[in-house]
Design a protein around this ligand. Structure first.
Ligand code: GRG
Length: 305
C-alpha cells in the first residue's frame, strides 16, 4: 500500500518547513515560559533541561494544525500547544524513572533523573504538569472563556486517571503477561492516544471549528494516536538509537506487550498503515487548510525518530 500515491486530495505539502516553522514558534514560547521565573533553582533547571531538549513537538504542532484546519490561527492556540508539550514532557520524565521504565537516554541526552537526581526528576515532572494547567487557565485571548474551560476539562481527562495515567498503569501491570490485541489497543489508546486526541480536539475547539468538524477531527486523532504508538513500538525494535535518541530493544528486555510482539513487524506496519488510511478518509470533507494534518498522518508511520 503506497499511501503517498493514493488519492486523498493532497500532494506536495512541505511538511519539513511546516514543522520547522511551528517548532521555532513553540520553542520560543516554551523558553519564555521557563525563563520568565528568572531563577536558577535545581527544580527550574531540571524542568528546562527536559522541556527544552528538542523533542519533535508533535502534540503542539497537531494542536496548531488542527486549529488552522478549521480556520483558526497558530496564535489562538499557542498557550494550549505549549501546555500540551509540558504535560507530554512530564510524562516522559516520569516514564524514564527507575520505578517505571528505568531509562537512561531520552531525546539523545541522559534522562532527567540521571542528570539531576530522582527527587528532582519527580518534582520537575509534577511542576511541569501543574504549570501546564496554570497556563491553560490564565489565557488572555479573544477566545471565549467557555471554550477554554472545555479545553481545560478535556485535557485534564486525557492526562488523568482515566486517560494517560491509567494507560501507563495498565501497561506496567501487563508486563510479563499475555494480553489480547484489544487490551493492547486500549492501553496504547490511553497511554499515548489520549493526549494526541486532546491536542487535536483542543486545536479544533479553540480554532472555532463547528461540531461536525470537531467530530471528524476526533476520529482522525484516534487513528493517528494509535498509529503513533505502533510506530513507537516498531522503532523500539528496529530503530537507530543515534536517530531516535532513546534506547532500542528495551521493550523486549522488559517483556512488554507491544504490537510487534503480538502481530510481528509486517503485521504491525500494515495495521498502522490501515489506521492512517482511515485517518486520511476522515479529512475528505476538509479543504487544503488541513493538508498539514494529512502530511502529519503520513509522517507518523514513516518517521525514524
Ligand atoms: C507517575 C503520576 C505519574 C504519571 C505517569 C509516565 C506516565 C504517567 C505516562 C507515560 C505515558 C507515556 C510516556 C507514553 C509514551 C508516549 C510516547 C510514544 C512517547 C514518545 O513521544 P514522542 O515520540 O517523543 O513524541 P518526543 O521526545 O519527540 O517528544
Amino acid at each position: 500500500m503506497n499511501l503517498k500515491n493514493s488519492n486523498h486530495g493532497f500532494s506536495g505539502f512541505d511538511l519539513y518547513s511546516y514543522i520547522s516553522n511551528k517548532n521555532i514558534l513553540i520553542n520560543d514560547e516554551l523558553n519564555k515560559i521557563i525563563n520568565s521565573s528568572r531563577d536558577s533553582s535545581l527544580l527550574t533547571k531540571a524542568m528546562g533541561y527536559s522541556l527544552l531538549s528538542g523533542g519533535k513537538r508533535i502534540r503542539p504542532v497537531l494542536c496548531i494544525a488542527s486549529s488552522e484546519a478549521v480556520g483558526g490561527t497558530e496564535y489562538d492556540v499557542l498557550p494550549a500547544a505549549c501546555a500540551l508539550e509540558m504535560i507530554h514532557t512530564y510524562s516522559l520524565i516520569h516514564d524514564d524513572l527507575p520505578a517505571m521504565d528505568n531509562d537512561t537516554l531520552r531525546r539523545g541526552k541522559p534522562t532527567c533523573h540521571v542528570t539531576f537526581n530522582e527527587a528532582a526528576a519527580i518534582l520537575a515532572g509534577d511542576a511541569l504538569l501543574t504549570l501546564a494547567f496554570q497556563i491553560l487557565s490564565s489565557i488572555q485571548t479573544n477566545i471565549n472563556a467557555a471554550k477554554w474551560l472545555k479545553v481545560i476539562h478535556l485535557v485534564s481527562l486525557a492526562a488523568g486517571y482515566k486517560g494517560m495515567i491509567e494507560g501507563q498503569m495498565r501497561d506496567i501491570a501487563s508486563e510479563n503477561s499475555n494480553i489480547s490485541l484489544k487490551e493492547l489497543e486500549d492501553i496504547h489508546s490511553l497511554k499515548t492516544g489520549a493526549l494526541i486526541e486532546a491536542s487535536v480536539e483542543s486545536g479544533a475547539i479553540l480554532g472555532n471549528g463547528n461540531s461536525e468538524q470537531i467530530e471528524h477531527l476526533k476520529i482522525y486523532a484516534k487513528n493517528i494516536g494509535l498509529a503513533f504508538q505502533i510506530t513507537d513500538d516498531l522503532l523500539n525494535v528496529k530503530g537507530d538509537p543515534a536517530i531516535t535518541g532513546k534506547a532500542v530493544g528495551s521493550d523486549k528486555t522488559r517483556n512488554k506487550n507491544t504490537y510487534p510482539a503480538l502481530l510481528g513487524i509486517t503485521g504491525s506496519e500494515n495495521h498502522a498503515k490501515k489506521l492512517i488510511t482511515d485517518a486520511l478518509h476522515t479529512l475528505e470533507t476538509f479543504d487544503n487548510k488541513s493538508n498539514s494534518l494529512r502530511a502529519i498522518a503520513l509522517y507518523i508511520i514513516e518517521r525514524e525518530r
